[in-house]
Design a protein around this ligand. Structure first.
Ligand code: GLY
Length: 386
């Protein structure tokens, strides 16, 4: 038996980007359905640390991506406030900024290189002496030789944000379907007409004029020819969570590790970047390296409880830039390929895509992320695969 339903917009993929797109569209009055193959909020966003850090990540970006990241970070406070209001749930948005610490001369040289990228992209950072770092964060290793302070970097707790987005979507009348397998994105002529999926052995159809593919690294597995044109691969990230009394308040980084503190005292320590396909192994070597580098930066972690070792898969396109915009038949859009930056880029992705879908307004900020760019050229691999 086939059950029919109607929506204005179907989002395929209930991760960070898909939920943000669905929430934003629902906020603008669209009837939204999210279809997720697994549980919602279980993808890359579940593993992610939640750094909103265009300055710290500058070296892995280019000007277009940095401009988009700045736009997204500027939109974050209003987005989070709205999601918190609609859901009644906090998202752990914090404003302390990042401290980028050099523990030796190699690190100092790497931070000099990073500072050059930051200057080129017009990002604000301050040089700090070792004494100034320790003044701000006394628990940092006394081996610190200097560093940078990025006062405009922010963080959010991606797990709390995704939970709040789910509640916000429901609050705005949206539907969320989990454990569902999409069997086709349906078309008539050159237009999308809806999505057919199976769930618990039953077939369902949701009619919709607009469908957004936001299945992250899993997009190539969707039964949609246009999605297979995207040169997508998963980049595995292993990440640890430690628990104890709060010992720092800033996001801390060296060129080898990042440590993101939550209000609860949890520290998120990340992350590997491994080009191994969907390899779910949590390896001793990765845990060892992450803990070694975190201990070098923050010796006090030795006393903390190791509460989690998680694997996530970042969706990386060949040029390490996202794909946001039309893809294939009219009404079909992609919002994927956010690679290391899905959490940071979610508000701008959701809002600019909603401007496009709802109002027909196309922001020039999205032009570099046209999903059809792969059909036109064989782009070279760009930097940023770390
Ligand atoms: N944005 C940090 C990471 O992907 O590890």
């Amino acid at each position: 038996m086939t059950e029919n339903a109607h929506a204005d917009l179907v989002v395929i993929g209930g991760g960070m980007v898909g939920l943000a797109v669905a929430y934003e569209a629902a906020s603008r009055g669209l009837r939204v359905t999210v279809i997720e193959r697994d549980r919602v909020a279980a993808g890359a966003g579940h593993a992610a640390a939640g750094m909103l850090a265009p300055a710290s990540e500058a070296e892995a970006c280019d000007q277009a991506l940095t401009d988009f990241a700045l736009e997204s970070c500027q939109r974050y406070p209003e987005f989070v406030a709205r999601v918190e209001r609609d859901s009644g749930l906090g998202c752990g948005y914090r404003k302390e900024g990042s401290l980028l610490v050099a523990l030796n001369r190699d690190h100092a040289e790497e931070l000099d290189r990073l500072a050059a990228f930051q200057r080129r992209f017009g990002l604000h950072v301050e040089m700090l002496s070792a004494a100034e770092i320790l003044e701000r964060e006394p628990a940092v290793s006394s081996k610190a030789v200097g560093g940078l302070f990025a006062p405009d970097d922010r963080q959010v707790d991606p797990r709390r944000l995704q939970k709040a987005l789910v509640a916000g979507i429901r609050h705005r009348g949206g539907a969320i379907v989990q454990h569902a397998r999409v069997t086709s994105v349906d078309t008539a002529g050159d237009r999308v007409t809806g999505v057919t999926f199976t769930r618990a052995g039953e077939q369902h159809e949701t009619n919709a004029e607009t469908v957004v593919l936001a299945a992250g690294a899993w997009i190539a597995g969707l039964p949609v020819a246009a999605a297979r044109s995207l040169p997508m691969r998963p980049i595995k990230g292993q990440i640890l969570r430690l628990r104890g009394q709060p010992i720092v308040s800033h996001v801390l980084r060296t060129p080898d590790v990042y440590i993101v503190p939550r209000e609860s005292g949890e520290l998120v320590v990340g992350a590997t970047a491994e080009d191994l396909g969907f390899d779910e192994r949590r390896t001793a070597g990765a845990a060892f390296e992450l803990l070694r580098e975190a201990f070098r930066l923050l010796p006090g972690i030795a006393e903390l409880d190791v509460s989690e070792h998680t694997v996530g898969f970042r969706p990386a396109l060949r040029d390490a830039l996202p794909a946001i915009g039309p893809l294939g038949p009219r009404g079909l859009f992609a919002a994927t390929g956010h690679y290391r930056h899905g959490v940071m880029l979610s508000p701008a992705t959701a809002m600019l895509l909603a401007d496009w879908i709802v109002d027909g307004t196309l922001s020039p900020l999205l032009a570099p992320f046209d999903p059809s760019r792969f059909a036109l050229t064989a782009s070279p691999v760009r930097g940023g695969m770390r």
